[in-house]
Design a protein. Sequence first.
Length: 241
Amino acid sequence: MTVYILIFFAALFVSLAGTPLVRQSAVHLGVVDVPSARKVHASPMPLLGGAAVYLGFVLALLLFRDVLTLPGHLEQLGGILGGATIVALFGFWDDSRGKSMRPLVKLVGQLLAVTVLIASGIRVEFLRYPIPNLLITVLWVVGITNALNFLDNMDGLSSGIAAVAAAFFFLLATTNGQILVASLSAALLGATLGFLRYNLTLRPGNQASIFLAIRGRSSWASCWRRWGSSCALRTWTSLPG
């Protein structure tokens, strides 16, 4: 349990410290969401908040990677981090363009991430034949990815849901002795909570100062969810055992 606490606080610290730096970088690079008649913010809002979640999630896991070197874990961890990285790169590309990426291009990025996950051994395995299992894996990951994206229309909503889900995944994983899933859950929970400090409107006059923005986050949330967070969250239910 001690190592899970350390992973959680490492991700929390990196996300808390990294979000202001990401916010400044987004403003410097011009990666902002411009106000319009359909939006509630009155001034340009920095994007790329998902980058802080991604960094907190990944760095916390890398710091304590020795815990995740049990047989089979390292390969699956590599697949999850690889998928999250692909989604994060596509998200950064999307956010920095100044206009929305074509849906087909987003889908290609999501399918690439799913391919990495499947290649690392992460897939649904409750059916008798492999092809239906692969199809359900693809539909699950792509579907949850886009569902979280569509939810991201209110301050803290998508990140908050990812944090709640990560907390319950952590409880289930520790109960069942799933070390990898528990570690991923602790990292995602810490990273999303650190980001929520800057993404929630807690009271009048204390508005959100950055948007999550990176499309297709998850796992992860988000792994992440989110991306990066965000990919991990979307694949844990398909991890064997």
